[in-house]
Design a protein around this ligand. Structure first.
Ligand SMILES: Cc1cc2nc3c(=O)[nH]c(=O)nc-3n(C[C@H](O)[C@H](O)[C@H](O)COP(=O)(O)OP(=O)(O)OC[C@H]3O[C@@H](n4cnc5c(N)ncnc54)[C@H](O)[C@@H]3O)c2cc1C
Length: 274
């Protein structure tokens, strides 16, 4: 089944075309399309590949064999409510981490030492169950083939209201404007926000997109911002930071457009050949 989605409304950064998206309601209906989660970490361009997303059948939570089994289309907020109700610990960060469980697993989403992989037991893909130990992963990256249909966590008792409050406060320095979260990954031992600021780009605006005045690593939509404006800012920050510090900022935001291949910059190519 196809669903027409307006990505300028649906995506967290409020950019993107109107597009037909294949809804995947069972294991066999997936195709060789680009898989969307809830589009909180994504910038979809006008020349995107064919798209698909998991349907409602993958929005569920149940406890089975002492594991917390969560459909990959389930929103994090729903899992948080479940954990609160059933006194389950370690998911207190979720209200501030928008997205589906599938998207969170793929990105190994998290904040500081908390990562979604911390209490993961396994994932279920079309190739069967994959235990956490068999999935290479690290800061905001994972390596596995296929679509996550279900995520299974260990269960530890003790939901903590105190933790919930601590996590909420950690996000007070983030802008309350449309964005896709952090634009770049933090380079080892440094912060992308600090580097962008030091390169003079905090608050820098192109058209209706800008690096936030509040937190330079948030690429925000000031209203009516476009894909091309967002890409122009991403490239500018990568090049300026590279010129000044010799560090290439790696995208955390996933760019979905045939014309943009992320890391290809004449400057980076040159650096690699030196
Ligand atoms: C205001 C704001 C604050 C944020 N803060 C943080 C933060 O503190 N820490 C952090 O880590 N992130 C943060 N993010 C980013 C975002 O919350 C996470 O990356 C989240 O995991 C995205 O989930 P999603 O469902 O929206 O995934 P999408 O953005 O739709 O997709 C992300 C990636 O996951 C893949 N994917 C989606 N579903 C599946 C699936 N079922 N199987 C396999 N692959 C899949 C997609 O192909 C894509 O590559 C923030 C975003 C916003 C808007």
């Amino acid at each position: 089944m196809l669903k027409t989605i307006d990505f300028s409304k649906h995506s967290s950064i409020k950019i993107g075309p109107l597009a037909d998206v294949l809804l995947v309601d069972d294991f066999s209906s997936a195709k060789d399309h680009f898989l969307l989660g809830h589009c909180n970490n994504m910038l979809i361009g006008p020349q995107h590949p064919p798209l698909m997303m998991l349907g409602k059948n993958f929005d569920y939570i149940r406890i089975e064999n002492d594991l917390l089994c969560v459909g990959a289309a389930t929103p994090g907020g729903k899992l948080l409510s479940f954990c609160k109700k059933h006194d389950i610990a370690h998911f207190e960060l979720l209200p501030k981490l928008p997205g589906s469980l599938g998207g969170m697993i793929k990105m190994n989403a998290g904040l500081k030492e908390w990562e979604i992989f911390n209490y993961l037991h396994s994932i279920l893909t079309q190739n069967g169950e994959l235990l956490k130990e068999a999935i290479p992963h690290g800061y905001r990256w994972t390596q596995f083939e296929g679509i996550v249909f279900e995520v299974r966590f260990e269960i530890h008792k003790g939901f903590s209201e105190a933790q919930l409050e601590i996590f909420k406060k950690m996000r007070d320095n983030q802008p309350n404007m449309p964005s896709a979260g952090s634009c770049f990954k933090n380079p080892q031992g440094d912060s992308a926000g600090r580097l962008i600021e030091a390169a003079g780009l905090k608050g820098h605006r192109i058209g209706n997109m800008a690096f936030s005045e509040m937190h330079a690593n948030f690429l925000v939509n000031l209203g009516g911002g476009t894909f091309d404006e967002a890409i122009a800012l991403i490239r500018l920050a990568q090049e300026k930071v590279y010129e000044k510090f010799g560090i290439w900022l790696e995208n955390e935001v996933i760019v979905v457009d045939e014309r943009y291949k992320g890391e290809e910059s004449p400057l980076l190519m040159k650096a690699r050949t030196l």
